[in-house]
Design a protein around this ligand. Structure first.
Ligand SMILES: [Zn+2]
Length: 100
């Protein structure tokens, strides 16, 4: 298991989980209800965390997180293999690894 994403905003964690679940990747949220503990341990330790169950899914999930957290650019490109929208910084399609 690997931690893929941590954020103080619980909504963003759930949003990320929905996106990654949609890719068929198994995830779970840690510290989901830990906010009550702030004050005893550092606030950062209380942030909800999103974990992937299978390490082999990490790269794909990490790409999805990156897509989600990056500001939308007008120069995205569309994969000619799977029609997925990719960020300009990607040289390979995040979805199918087809070359740009
Ligand atoms: Zn593709």
């Amino acid at each position: 298991m690997k931690r893929i994403y941590s954020c103080e905003n619980h909504f963003l964690i759930i949003n990320a989980k929905n996106i990654i679940d949609g890719l068929g990747i198994e995830t779970f949220v840690k510290n989901e209800f830990a906010t009550g503990a702030i004050g005893e341990i550092s606030a950062f330790d209380c942030w909800p965390e999103l974990w992937v169950v299978n390490d082999c899914d990490y790269d794909k999930a990490a790409n999805a997180i990156e897509l989600m957290t990056q500001p939308k650019s007008s120069t995205t490109w569309t994969c000619e293999n799977c029609s997925e929208i990719n960020e300009p910084s990607f040289e390979l399609c995040w979805n199918c690894l087809h070359e740009h």
